[in-house]
Design a protein around this ligand. Sequence first.
Ligand code: HEM
Length: 402
Amino acid sequence: MTQNPMQANSSMPSISLGADFIANPFPMLEMLRNNMPVFRYELPNGKAMWFITRFEDAIRALRDTRLSSNAYHTLGGGQAGRQSALGLERSMVFLDDPDHARLRTLVSKAFTPRFIEELRPRIEEIADALLDKVEPRKGMDLVDDFAFPLPINVISEMLGVPPEDREQIREGSSALSDATSTDPRRWQQISNFAAFVRKLIAQKRSQPADDLISRLVNTNDDDKLTEQELLGMVSLLIFAGHETTSNLIGNGMLALLSQPAQIERLKNDPSLIPGAIEELLRYCGPAVSTGPRFATEDVEIGGQVIKRGDMVNVVIGSGDRDSSQFTDPDELDVARKVERHLAFGHGIHYCLGAPLARLEGQIAFGALITRFPNLQLDCDPNTLTWRGNSVLRGLASLPVKW
Ligand code: HEM
């Protein structure tokens, strides 16, 4: 996806995917949904990128095998070239079946709801320890002190990343996701992250332990991963395993603390928390869009013909505010019965880590609400800085007090 604000040509509404969009994408998405639900945007290179903004069209697009996830074959160079330092072009999320299915099967067992549920006591321990540390301070940066370290520690324990190396994960993956950054060190940080992942794999090869990377390194000959696939798998699990969940905790807590009546309902009835997580995913989930798709032949969606080679941006954050699917979609209602939403995607790439994200979310929100019943914002929400790109969005920091 592009990282700079983009201006449309004269035949289109002027849309920008810059900092304002990341801070609040919903008004622009509503405008597109109501007026041009399948919207053709012309990229500076003359190629088309289509925004799919309605719920049912999004489902249709994500099920359509003519829309490929194999971005790197089409993109080439630039961003793609940099990210391939991490092997991401050979990771499941950027591949179609059968390669996608082969890679996903290798790790799917570790992410089943049953297996993930066994992690509950350990995740609760990690959450409690983080809150123990900050409790006497009567305030914290919820993003830095809690929302990031919780999922980083969880995925690191699953993968076998030593505690002293976990700060590198934060730095590397921040650099990867923060497309608004103009920091010249960004590409260097991504390269350092790739070097770190390679070193980690080498360590697991020489000293295997009881963790997911060691198991991947030692898969039998039939399932063997190439070096680039292994790098891509580990980079993807590290990145996807925390950046999104951190942003769910940050975005979700901002939404709740800005609407105290909603947080009161959770305090009065904590059994609402699992349903509230689904509502927060719908209302302010961290993924605005899935990864890009590419038409391998002409495809008709919502009355528009998407031409072979065109890029498609399935805007799940828009589908989840579609009034044909949800009553009062712009209202946050923690007791809403959300039967289905798009926050974890749909189809073959449906989020592998959804059971883990849900469990971490339930534990995180539950712990914050019970530990600090009078938790409040310690900032003006309008001054908060958002980071991300047109795919993922989250807060740079969220000062709170109790
Ligand atoms: C709130 C947290 C999360 C959200 C909102 C989220 C969202 C998503 C979405 C929208 C996709 C689909 C991408 C596409 O179709 O292009 C996806 C895929 C994926 N997610 Fe998550 N995710 C979350 C947490 C996690 C966690 C904790 C993990 C753990 C490792 C994870 C691992 C993955 C993987 C490996 C894929 C690729 C699946 C495939 O290609 O088959 N995610 N996620």
